[in-house]
Ligand binder design. Structure first.
Ligand code: KG4
Ligand code: ZN
Length: 338
């Protein structure tokens, strides 16, 4: 079983011992947080507590698996909102203790990367992994299963956060990433040009806060008021998305070249973005690099990716003790379960 409660989605999944999905349930809190324009930690935590029990029962029922047949409990231990993480970790610990089965700690970003293995059993190594979500924009070198080296990360906002904040400035709701994705299809990126941010070739870091400021200034200059000029909003969305995506594509493929990688993985919620997927596929094909991007439903937070990462740890005998604790700032590069 995989349990995920690090942010605003409660998710539980059941995989069989070969990694096939038997059930994969999600209870989203998007409506709960929408009116605040972002996730409110205390509300997230309370909602996780309300839904995790029923969701867990339903995941077993849909998988047609009895409680006694469960062989391991994988759970996200970090990073994320501490209160939210604690709900999943406490629930998983109780279950593992009651059932006498291994407790399998999973790093949230390892979960996102593992989503690839739900659909591709084998990948080429070394690979570069771009993990792009609402909280992270990290670039890793993967030399094998579970062996990660951090190459670069955002120095300010995450790509998903920049998209969410951009959408809010345009007067749209939360989460803004999917809204920008849809709107951008109707716009022309060349009509509103934004520079590709933070392009220096001597590092793999990203920065999106300057872009956000450029957008704010552009809207102020035009005395923009939401809803009054839909074609301008669509052009802005296209231009803003273009600059974010090109920054991600440029740095990722620079890493592929410099590190001599054979494949590229793109995962995390922003990997659901249709323009990012298209650009990565195009560049991969041009350079003869294998591209691995999970289906959109496995890009955003889900339980199956956590169960998949847990399965790999289970196979390697990497179990945790019952004193396992949530760690909101857990780093992937030095994540070693007890
Ligand atoms: O991985 P995720 O579900 O949660 C975190 O771990 O943060 O990622 C959520 C982020 C949000 O910022 C959301 O706007 C973004 O993923 N997102 C998208 C799309 N779908 C979700 N961004 C761009 N295009 C999309 N289609
Ligand atoms: Zn995530």
């Amino acid at each position: 079983m995989g349990i995920e409660t690090s942010c605003d989605e409660t998710a539980v999944a059941v995989l069989d011992d070969r990694g096939r999905i038997l059930s994969n349930l999600l209870s989203t809190q998007v409506d709960l947080h929408a009116k605040y324009g972002g996730v409110v930690p205390e509300l997230a935590c309370r909602r996780h507590i309300e839904v995790i029990g029923p969701l867990f029962k339903e995941a077993l029922a849909q998988a047609k698996v009895a409680l006694a047949q469960v062989d391991g409990i994988a759970v996200t231990v970090g990073p994320g909102l501490v209160g939210a993480l604690l709900v999943g970790v406490s629930f998983a610990k109780s279950l593992a203790y009651a059932l006498g089965v291994p407790l399998l700690p999973v790093h949230h970003l390892e979960g996102h990367i593992s989503a690839v293995f739900l659909e591709h059993r084998e990948i080429a190594y070394p690979s570069i992994a771009l993990v792009v979500s609402g909280g992270h924009t990290n670039l890793y070198h993967l030399s094998g299963l579970g062996r990660y080296r951090l190459l670069g990360r955002t120095i300010d906002d995450a790509a998903g956060e920049a998209l969410d904040k951009g959408a809010r400035m345009l007067g749209f709701g939360y989460p803004g990433g999917p809204i920008i994705d849809r709107l951008a299809k109707k716009g022309d990126a060349e009509k509103v040009s934004f520079p590709i941010p933070y392009r220096s070739s001597d590092h793999y870091d990203f920065s999106f806060s300057g872009l956000k400021t450029a957008l704010r200034q552009m809207l102020a200059k035009r005395e923009f008021s939401s809803g009054t000029d839909p074609s301008f909003s669509a052009d802005i969305a296209a231009g803003y998305q273009w600059a974010i995506v090109e920054s991600l594509v440029e740095k990722s493929f620079r890493a592929v070249e410099k590190e001599g990688a054979e494949g590229i993985i793109v995962c995390g919620g922003v990997a659901a973005n249709s323009f990012l997927r298209k650009r990565i596929e195009e560049e991969g094909a041009k350079r003869g690099i294998a591209v691995y991007i999970p289906s959109p439903r496995f890009c955003t937070d889900n339980g199956a990716m956590i169960a998949q990462a847990g399965l790999a740890r289970h196979d390697r005998g990497e179990h945790a003790c019952l004193d396992l604790n949530a760690d909101p700032n857990l780093e992937l590069s030095n994540f070693e379960p007890a």
